[in-house]
Design a protein around this ligand. Structure first.
Ligand SMILES: [Zn+2]
Length: 205
């Protein structure tokens, strides 16, 4: 036992109680110094971690296709905002004279006009009868219905604007509108500048 050794040494006059107290203080000071050093080392490690994290948050590929376009082709996005917003500027293409492109500007899917769709009505009606039968039998799924229709129409209706040669499919047009609305609500400065300017231009003089 350390205590009994210390007592024996004190009794023998080898060390004094002061010597022991002094040593104890030194030991405590060393422990404190080590603790302080550990705090500093931890801070350095934190800074290194932060640095690594910053390097890792380099631009990564965004999941949303509209985000992707905003990052890669800002001038096209600005054009689309001017041409398709507010919402009443976008409408389904009636015929080839309105549909200037055969692909959606976002997902590149094939686009058709209303008159293309009208030509397919006999085939669509026939398929609808088959679908009704399948629905009764319980074998029709939404996916099957969509894919059967798409096989006949060979594209989806294109949303166009008088001020643009580009076009959207319905799904991408909705995504685009939502994206712009959220950007305005989130105070995205560039989008807010564009929309603010458009509002001022459209205000009655
Ligand atoms: Zn699309």
């Amino acid at each position: 036992m350390a205590g009994s050794f210390q007592d024996a040494f004190i009794k023998a006059g080898v060390v004094t109680q002061e010597d022991i107290d002094h040593k104890e203080k030194e030991r405590e000071a060393t422990i404190k110094k080590e603790k302080d050093m550990e705090i500093v080392r931890e801070q350095v490690r934190d800074m290194e971690r932060q640095d690594a994290r910053n390097r890792r948050t380099e631009p990564t590929e965004p999941a949303n296709p509209i985000d992707k376009l905003w990052r890669k082709n800002r001038s096209l996005m600005v054009h689309l905002i001017h041409a398709f917003i507010p919402i009443d500027k976008g409408h389904v293409a009636f015929d080839a004279s309105e549909l200037h492109t055969s692909n959606c500007c976002i997902c590149r899917c094939r686009l058709i006009s209303k008159s293309d769709l009208f030509k397919k009505i006999p085939e669509l009606s026939e398929t609808s009868l088959v679908h009704m039968k399948e629905m009764v039998e319980g074998t029709l799924t939404v996916e099957k219905m969509k894919s059967d229709w798409l096989k006949i129409t060979d594209g989806t209706l294109g949303i166009v604007s008088k001020s643009s040669k580009t076009a959207f499919c319905n799904v991408c047009y909705r995504e685009f509108l939502t994206w712009v609305q959220l950007a305005v609500l989130n105070g995205e400065p560039h989008i807010n500048r564009i929309v603010g300017k458009m509002r001022a231009e459209n205000e009655p003089k």
